[in-house]
Design a protein around this ligand. Structure first.
Ligand code: ZN
Length: 301
């Protein structure tokens, strides 16, 4: 069993190293180690899909989670990236909310990979992209599940460390009062050993306030900054509760929205959080062994 785990860990690490143009970050934040493999290691890839989101989480138990799949035209790139990362099937496929820059490539991913479960918030949306995803889900014989705050998707022990994937939002009782589609974003916290990641989709400050007034455990080493670094997310109070060492922003070079907004960047800097941005750093890969987190970046062009 230990041999199999070691082999899986090695394969996952090798898969990560196949990425073209990987380079070590010259400097890493305090308490964050340099790159390197470890037994039970796992990888979190924040893909450079321009003004959109797509995050691959290779869990240390060998399961894969894909959070969002970029815009429609990003489908083939994401499929190729997953193949090059050694992904053969997806256990948890999450569309945080029905906007095209999050669910655009989900139908392509569904057509190319066996998928165990698909999660999207319980909000319908009348666009071609959304209907394409629903059709692809049906064609796979699957159903869309809508997770609720407090739901634990996965709880396991790997290499003697606890692994957990927990949903923090939407809370079905509270989300009814939110009109913005962004505020229906599925928010997930992934923790392994001492390390944790918080993925916030495009949720805005109202959701952050709702989370702050809930009993949700928000602390995370790495925060995927909400809504591409828009000033409408990532309040000071939220940052003080999450206390991340690293913030990662997914935004397109020279995008029309001015994301990430200057005010958001200033709040991150003021809170002494190291910032990685897909528009500047390309794809960002975190390696985590449950004790330390290493960061690598890879430009694709
Ligand atoms: Zn978005």
């Amino acid at each position: 069993m230990a041999g199999i785990l070691l082999l899986v860990a090695l394969l996952i690490w090798l898969a990560g190293c196949q990425l073209t143009g990987l380079k070590n970050q010259p400097a890493t934040p305090a308490g964050v180690a340099g790159p390197g493999p470890a037994t039970g290691c796992r990888l979190v890839h924040v893909l450079d899909v321009g003004q959109a989101d797509s995050i691959l989480v290779q869990l240390p138990d060998g399961r894969n989670m894909l959070i969002d799949a970029g815009n429609n035209e990003d489908g083939p790139f994401i499929v190729d990236y997953l193949h090059r990362s050694g992904v053969q099937s997806i256990d948890y496929l999450i569309g945080t909310h029905p906007h095209e820059d999050h669910i655009g490539g989900l139908d392509t991913v569904l057509q190319k990979f066996p998928v165990r479960q698909v999660y999207m918030p319980e909000i319908s949306y009348d666009t071609k992209s959304y209907h394409d995803v629903l059709r692809a889900v049906r064609q796979r014989g699957l159903k869309v599940l809508s997770p609720a705050a407090g739901q634990v998707l996965l709880k396991d022990r790997v290499s003697d460390q606890e692994l957990q994937v927990e949903i923090l939002w939407p809370d079905p009782r509270r989300v009814l009062f939110f009109d913005e589609v962004n505020d229906h974003s599925i928010i997930a916290r992934v923790s392994y050993g001492k390390s944790s990641f918080l993925f916030t989709g495009d949720a805005g400050r109202q959701v952050e306030e709702a989370l702050l007034s809930s009993k949700a455990r928000l602390g995370a080493d790495v925060l995927k900054v909400g809504h591409h670094g828009s000033n409408s997310s990532t309040s000071n109070a939220f940052l003080r509760a999450v206390r991340p060492q690293i913030a990662v922003i997914s935004a397109g070079r020279g995008n029309d929205y001015g994301h990430p907004h200057r005010e958001t960047l200033q709040r991150l800097i003021k809170n002494k959080i190291r910032v990685y941005r897909t528009d500047q750093d390309g794809t960002i890969v975190f390696t985590c062994d449950g004790k330390t987190i290493a960061v690598r970046t890879a430009k694709h062009n």
